[in-house]
Structure formats: structure tokens, C-alpha cells
Design a protein around this ligand. Structure first.
Ligand SMILES: Cc1ncc(COP(=O)(O)O)c(C=O)c1O
Length: 449
């Protein structure tokens, strides 16, 4: 049976002998500041499965933290990249125009669910670079200095995006930070104060957001409001649609641009190509959207899509970069888009979401340690608590993650309190693999109750 079709199988103690040697080398040659949670050393990957250097087979529900929506080594991507490798690797757009960049910009411009008729796309290399450039574009287009971000957010590790990121564990010893970044409360409904109904809680969060205009920055100085449609690192907390509509209205009333960070939510994960597709249908499309991670199936590529009208206000020379729109990455990204549209990956996400959500809700009814199950499409989070006061239970999450790994299932924790399990499995997972993963996860949970 091919690795693509296989089920988890652990053959050695973990880590195995060859992995151990690699991890010892890692400790010598890689800074410990690059944290790793799993002592797994990869040999190869296919679909939703990886084989480690000792021959152990894992089902990967992390997928490079949302990079592998299409799965490992899709044969058509491999062929497209090999074909491009024979032609040229690199062509810096400031020097020679790379037609693949143009094709990708055109294709993404057609589907990018941002406001405006004509769209333009600026390609970068990472999510952080995209978010940082989205802010630069918003500042360039509005001539305003400030931005608003949210509690629980994660936008990257560059100095600006680290400042935009809420969790300060990522920024220890890194100050001083750029000015002009103000933070409002994200509508984390499960932890909304008091006994508010959903509508009341949304009004509360909107009032808190608007109060920033009095306490931190007048609205006329705000270039953009930036949010993740489903907070990733923050614990898979979705932004309620009614809140998004209200934020859109605040932006429209005050000449502020709305930016959705779809770095983790993008490329079919949500049951649509982007969560912003749902917003567009509801009349609250963003002005600017960033993307990264799953765009090129694992090759480094990312970007910003917005209207031509907004892009044209940005001073030439203020955005750019040597490797932006790398040819191998673009060849892969064009194929990802073709396959996701042809094989209806958003439908795959909805199918996975149906099976996994049903199971998670069954567990919620059975195990009082599960406080909340939430998400959009196949981006699902399960929040663990200790008691009725919703005291976070990160110890249990860590134990479950460790037990699951020993049984061949890779899952990751998330959340400001580290008490959520995030479900990000590749969308090409087979039904049998999905069922097996759920079985392992429940076993791991029971073992640690
Ligand atoms: C929502 C979001 N934005 C930005 C980033 C940063 O992306 P990168 O690590 O590619 O810089 C991440 C990474 O996890 C993310 O989840």
C-alpha cells in the first residue's frame, strides 16, 4: 500500500534511533529559540501521511500549520515544479518580468474576494511579509499612520507583525516596538463577559472597538483594521459574521480599510476558497486580503490582493523584494489553484468538517472537560477546561497531544491559554484515515482524563 493510502503505524520507540541522532545534531546547529514540539524527523510525505527516518508512519493533522491543505507531494504539483525547474528558478520582478507571476496575479485577482472590480496582487514570501505589506499598502493608500488589531491575534514574527500579534510570549526581549498599533478585544464569544446573548456580546465588542477612537487613536488617523477570520494561534476562534458586518460599517463610516489575514484560513480550508468569500456574499468583503501557507502546496509564496484603485495609491518603490513571486513557487501555486477548483477542495473541507464536528460535539456531550467546539469548515478548535468557571486546561491538552503523537497522530495545541486542540488536517485525507485519527484522539483523551 502506498504511503498516501496508509494508516498510522509506529514501529520503534519514539523518537527512533535515526531520529534521535538528527535531533542531537539539531540541538548543535539550530538555535533552541526555533522551538519544536515534536521529536519527529521526516523522511517523506504523501497526502496526509508522513514517514519518519525510522520508518514510523504518522497521520499529520497539523499539515505544516495549514500549509498542506492539498497534502504532501501531490503528483501534479511535483510534475509542475520539475518542469519549471528545467526552465528557470528565479527572475526578480524589478529586473525581468516572470510570466508565471502575471498568470498567478491574474488568477488570484479573479477569485480574491476583496472589494473592487479590477484587482491587483503583490506576491511575497511569507505570511508575516504579506501582513506587513498589507499595512504598508493601507498606510500608503490612506496617508494615515495607525492600525487596529485584536486580542488573540497572530500575524507573524517580523518587528511590525510581532507588535500586531497579541501573545507576548512571541516578543520577549524584542522591544521597543513600532508605534501606531492599537488593540481591541476580539469577539471570543465563548469567553464573553457575563451572561450576554450572542447579539449583546457582539454589541459589547463593537462598543469596545469604537471606544479606541476616543482613548487611543482618532478614527481619521486609522489606516486599517486587521483581523483573522478565524484566529489560528489564538485558539481557532471565528469572527461572528454580524461582528464583521459591524466592523465593515465602522470602516466605511470612517474611511478605514478592512484587512482580512487569511494566511491560515485560506485555500479551501473554510469550505470556501477564503472565509472572505462568505463575507463578500454577506456584503462585508474586505478591502485587502493577505494569503500564504497553502498557496503553493509547501513552496514559499504568499501575497496581498486588493483593488487596483488602492494599489495605485501606493508610491512606486515602497514595496518589493528579491524573491517575491519565485518561479518554482508560482508554478506550484498555479497548479494548486487548478487542482483545488477542479477537484472541489472546498467541498472536501465541508465533508471533513461534517464528520469531525459531529464527533467533537459527541465528545463535548460525553466529556465535561470539553468546553467549546468551534470553527469554520475544516478549521476546527476544541477548547478544554477544568471546571464550570471555564478555567483553561492546558495540562490536559499537552498530555493528549503527547499521547496522540505516540500513537501516530500529529495534532497541535493553540490558544492564548494553550488549552485548545486545533484540527488542520490536509483536505486530501481519506475517510478511513480521518476515522482512524478521530479514534486515536479519543483514546488519547480517555487515557488522560
Ligand atoms: C493568521 C496568520 N498570519 C500570519 C502568519 C505568519 O506567517 P509566516 O509564518 O508565513 O510568516 C501566520 C502563521 O502562522 C498566521 O497563522
Amino acid at each position: 500500500m502506498s504511503l498516501r493510502e496508509s494508516l498510522p503505524a509506529i514501529k520503534t520507540e519514539l523518537p527512533g534511533p535515526i531520529a534521535k541522532a538528527a535531533l542531537e545534531k539539531r540541538a548543535q546547529v539550530i538555535p533552541a529559540a526555533v522551538k519544536s514540539i515534536y521529536p519527529i524527523v521526516i523522511k517523506r510525505g504523501e497526502g496526509a501521511m508522513i514517514e519518519d527516518v525510522d520508518g514510523n508512519v504518522f497521520l499529520d493533522w497539523i499539515g505544516g500549520v495549514g500549509v498542506l491543505n492539498i497534502g504532501y507531494t501531490h503528483p501534479e504539483l511535483v510534475a509542475a515544479v520539475k518542469d519549471q525547474a528545467d526552465k528557470y528558478f528565479h527572475s526578480m520582478m524589478n529586473i525581468t518580468t516572470n510570466p508565471l507571476y502575471l498568470d498567478y496575479a491574474e488568477a488570484l485577482g479573479k477569485i480574491g474576494p476583496v472589494r473592487g472590480d479590477a484587482k491587483q496582487v503583490f506576491l511575497t514570501n511569507t505570511g508575516a511579509e504579506s501582513d506587513e505589506n498589507a499595512v504598508k499598502i493601507a498606510k500608503g493608500a490612506t496617508g494615515r499612520p495607525n492600525i487596529i488589531v485584536f486580542s488573540g491575534s497572530f500575524h507573524g514574527r517580523t518587528l511590525l507583525t510581532m507588535t500586531m500579534t497579541s501573545k507576548k510570549a512571541y516578543a520577549i526581549g524584542m522591544g521597543p516596538f513600532p508605534d501606531g498599533v492599537y488593540r481591541a478585544e476580539f469577539p471570543y464569544l465563548y469567553r464573553a463577559p457575563g451572561d450576554l446573548s450572542e447579539a449583546e456580546a457582539i454589541s459589547y465588542y463593537i462598543e469596545r472597538l469604537e471606544s479606541l477612537f476616543d482613548t487611543h487613536s482618532p478614527a481619521k488617523h486609522v489606516a486599517a483594521i486587521v483581523f483573522e477570520p478565524v484566529q489560528g494561534e489564538g485558539g481557532f476562534v471565528p469572527a461572528p459574521l454580524e461582528w464583521v458586518k459591524a466592523v465593515r460599517k465602522i470602516c466605511d463610516d470612517n474611511g478605514i480599510l478592512l484587512i482580512t489575514d487569511e494566511v491560515q484560513t485560506g485555500f479551501a480550508r473554510s469550505g470556501r476558497m477564503f472565509v472572505s468569500d462568505y463575507y463578500k456574499e454577506a456584503g462585508c468583503a474586505p478591502d485587502i486580503m493577505t494569503f500564504a501557507k497553502s498557496v503553493a502546496g509547501g513552496l514559499p509564496l504568499a501575497g496581498v490582493v486588493t483593488s487596483k484603485e488602492i494599489m495605485e495609491k501606493v508610491t512606486p518603490g515602497t514595496i518589493g523584494g528579491t524573491f517575491n513571486g519565485n518561479a518554482l513557487s508560482c508554478a506550484s501555486a498555479l497548479k494548486v489553484l487548478e487542482i483545488m477548483q477542479r477537484d472541489d477542495y472546498p467541498a472536501k473541507a465541508r465533508h471533513i468538517a461534517d464528520i469531525a464536528t459531529k464527533k467533537f460535539l459527541e465528545w463535548k456531550a460525553k466529556y465535561p472537560v470539553i468546553g467549546d467546539v468551534r470553527g469554520v469548515g475544516a478549521m476546527l478548535g476544541v477548547e478544554f477546561i477544568k471546571d464550570e468557571k471555564k478555567t483553561p486546561n492546558p495540562e490536559l491538552v499537552n498530555a493528549v497531544v503527547a499521547s496522540a503523537w505516540k500513537k501516530g497522530l500529529m495534532i497541535e495545541s493553540a490558544g492564548t491559554f494553550g488549552n485548545a486542540i486545533r484540527f488542520l488536517c490536509p483536505l486530501c485525507v481519506t475517510d478511513e484515515q480521518l476515522e482512524k485519527g478521530l479514534e486515536i484522539l479519543e483514546e488519547a483523551l480517555r487515557e488522560n482524563l
